[in-house]
Write a protein that binds this ligand. Structure first.
Ligand code: B16
Ligand code: MG
Length: 219
């Protein structure tokens, strides 16, 4: 029996905490438009594409805008977001992630990235973990956003592994739903209350033991 599985990692909120930088960049746009944008609102943007994120913020402030303005703000937001990533290095990898990546490599498992972000590659490069990934599927490669499972199905397909043998690590509700819809094993990373639809939930990777990963490989 072939025990090779596809382990698919979301990026923001799973491998690195870039949500704080997205927040700062969106907050600047919101402030300029007189929209009240809080940390709570920021939760709504997790796992959501850049374009949809702007629409959510405009809806919060009841602001109507032309496509031209929206395009301008999307560029401004991304330029500002990228400025926070300039000094990014391996210290920004979330606790426990490295250990899991190493274990999966040792066990010859398929490792993929499945992220909505269009900035995924430079983030993996800057944090020094790009070489761990056999496959990268990000916001540049998909047309349907999570909870559509396209991003994860593509990753499993590129690894040549069936969806039933894929395990997804996700911090967003939409991402957990995408994994479930794709008939994959969903592992929520974060709050039990928020991610209750996941098959397994861990606060972070430090609370996940090696035995658990080994049991997923053996299934
Ligand atoms: P970008 P993930 C998502 O990444 C973020 O959670 C979400 O907040 C962001 O809007 C989206 O990427 C797009 O990011 O502006 O870099 O293309 O969680 O799917 O890894
Ligand atoms: Mg995420």
């Amino acid at each position: 029996m072939n025990n090779k599985k596809a382990f698919i990692f979301d990026l923001d909120g799973v491998i690195v905490d870039t949500a704080k930088y997205h927040f700062l960049a969106w907050q600047k746009i919101a402030k300029a438009l007189n929209i009240n944008f809080t940390h709570e609102h920021n939760e709504l943007l997790k796992g959501v594409s850049r374009v949809r994120s702007l629409d959510i913020i405009l809806e919060l402030g009841n602001v109507q805008a032309s496509q031209e303005d929206k395009d301008k703000w999307l560029i401004q937001k991304n330029e500002d977001y990228l400025s926070y990533l300039v000094d990014m290095n391996e210290s920004e990898i979330l606790p426990g992630v490295f250990k899991i990546l190493q274990l999966l490599k040792e066990k010859n498992q398929g490792i993929a990235l499945g992220s909505a972000s269009k900035n995924a590659r430079p983030i993996l490069e800057k944090t020094g973990i790009l070489s761990y990934f056999d496959v990268i599927v990000d916001g540049n490669d998909v047309t349907n956003a999570k909870p559509d499972p396209e991003v994860f199905l593509k990753a499993a397909q590129l690894l040549n592994i069936s969806p039933e043998d894929a395990i997804v690590f996700e911090d967003s509700v939409a991402g957990v739903q995408a994994a479930n819809i794709g008939k994959m094993t969903s592992i929520g990373i974060g709050s039990k209350t928020i991610l209750h639809e996941a098959q397994y939930i861990f606060k972070d990777f430090t609370s996940m033991d090696i035995q658990f990963i080994k049991s997923l490989i053996a299934k």
